[in-house]
Design a protein around this ligand. Sequence first.
Ligand code: SF4
Length: 278
Amino acid sequence: MRVIVADQAGVCFGVKRALDLVYSECERCASLSTLGPLIHNPQVVGALEAKGVRVVRRVEDADCAIVLPSHGVPYEVHQAAKDAGLNVIDATCPFVANVHRRVRSLAAKGFTVVVVGDSDHSEVKAILSAAVENAIVISCAEEVDNYDWSGKKVGIVSQTTQTGDHFGEVVGKIAANSAQVMAYNTICYATHERQAAARELAPTVEAMFVVGGRNSANTNRLAEICESAGVPTYHIETASEIDPAWISGMEVVGLTAGASTPQWIIDEVKQKLERIGG
Ligand code: SF4
């Protein structure tokens, strides 16, 4: 059985940058903490913990140095870490920081800010805080109907891991009902490339394997894209989850991975699939 890996899969620029920062910092500082998981991949977070990097839930629980995660934190949290006298290592991805700048600028110009994304996701909470007030989250086009847009100036950005189709649908619906719309497609290029590669590969194989944290927004989007191509799709975190029955009798399967999934996990999944598939 052949296993085809998508042209673009696995660790992105922002995650690599965050990991490089933490690995270089933990050589210098014996008591390093990350505020929440550094990235949405339990295996990588576990490997960092094995090197002594603690995950803390609150700024107060850090000792002397704290790393802020790649998906960003609300402004007040960043400030609290500085006020506590901690050495703050900001691993916020530059693409996420760019969304914060856009939102601040839209809010300052009097726009109602809309973030297209998952309201429970920490990236979205941090983006909302950049607007200070007058900002809302819309997770799907149906939710647009819950608000009165008439006469409003609306500024729209996207969580970096949304799909372009989804973003476009929400923008179109708001634009049809409001006075003025400024929309910035802030989906990052890494997300876009991984989604495009998965969309291209999925219809050409008998099953798709999507590897990455179940709490990873961009991995979940990849799984949705593969499912919507009508191909059996398995979202797994590690090779140990593969059930041989899933690929019984198949000749070719596809493999993609979220932006927080390290190469060694992708390699393990590929090798196991090849071993089982023969
Ligand atoms: S997925 Fe995009 S925004 Fe998120 S860390 Fe990677 S490059 Fe940055």
